[in-house]
Design a protein around this ligand. Structure first.
Ligand SMILES: C[S@@+](CC[C@H](N)C(=O)[O-])C[C@H]1O[C@@H](n2cnc3c(N)ncnc32)[C@H](O)[C@@H]1O
Length: 256
């Protein structure tokens, strides 16, 4: 299958997120400001979510899925660098890591902890040449991407033949109790706990939004389907504790 052409028609955000924005431009403005304002407190709030998705888990997912010494990694939606740091440890001194994110505030936090090249940009328009990297990671950000087709087409373009993509994401629990528990925890408990955190940053609003994006998240089957349609092979997904998902795919070694 050949990679699909990016769609031209503008996408409408999921109506369940209408309280935050009503079109893609507004989504970008609002979410960028939200991430900028929350950047200083992001890592602490992330620790509070405590579902095991911290640095150790990110490292383990990348290692298990083939990120190895000497590789050239692009970490998309790098944020404060929780995946980037894990990636850097795995590729080692012979490897190379690029971190891309639209939020200057998040990237500033990343640069405080790790010395890698940062790129301000979106998954849907990656300012890199074709066939440039061996591995693409994306941690907990697919829910924030307005055009998944376009993002995956970009991943396919910038990966070298045989390169891999590894997306970590939370999915909506299937039963109502699980949905309620997750929404309450992310939307109410974490924002409350984060008020007692050391770093004064607006993470409460971000985590309330976080809960709403989980509720509005694209179904796993659709994500897998889009990866296949984009031209990836060996497309699969594994689940931990019913909510943590790893989406994996490989760009064919030979053009078909
Ligand atoms: C929840 S943070 C995840 C950060 C990090 N990957 C981690 O694992 O903790 C989501 C990040 O996605 C970024 N983001 C939002 N929309 C994006 C897009 N369309 N393309 C790339 N990154 C995006 C935000 O700026 C934010 O830093």
């Amino acid at each position: 299958m050949t990679p699909s052409e990016p769609r031209n028609a503008p996408l409408k955000p999921d109506p369940r997120l209408n309280a935050y924005f009503s079109d893609e431009d507004e989504r970008r403005r609002v979410t960028r400001a939200m991430f900028d304002q929350a950047a200083a407190g992001y890592d602490e709030a992330e620790r509070l979510t405590g579902f095991g998705s911290g640095p150790w888990y990110r490292h383990e997912v990348l290692r298990r899925n083939g990120l190895a010494a000497g590789m050239h990694l692009l970490d998309v939606a790098a944020g404060t660098g929780l995946v980037t740091v894990a990636g850097l440890a795995l590729v080692g001194p012979q490897g190379r890591v690029l971190a891309l994110d639209p939020s200057p505030g998040m990237l500033a936090e990343l640069r405080r902890k790790v010395d890698v090249e940062t790129i301000e940009g979106y998954a849907e328009a990656i300012p890199l040449p074709d066939a440039h990297v061996d591995f693409i990671s994306m941690g907990y950000a697919l829910r924030h991407v307005g055009d998944m087709d376009r993002a995956f087409a970009e991943y396919h373009r910038v990966l070298r033949p045989g390169g891999r993509v590894c997306l970590m994401e939370i999915s909506r629990p299937h039963n109502r109790l699980g949905q309620w528990l997750l929404a309450t925890y992310l939307g109410r408990v974490v924002p409350l706990l984060s008020r007692f955190g050391r770093r004064q940053a607006d993470v409460g609003r971000l985590w309330a939004y976080y809960g709403d994006t989980v509720a509005a998240a694209i179904e796993p089957a659709q994500i897998l389907d889009t990866l296949r349609r984009t031209g990836f092979e060996d497309v699969r997904c594994s689940v931990t504790f019913g909510i943590f998902r790893e989406y994996l795919a490989r760009k064919p070694a030979q053009a078909s």
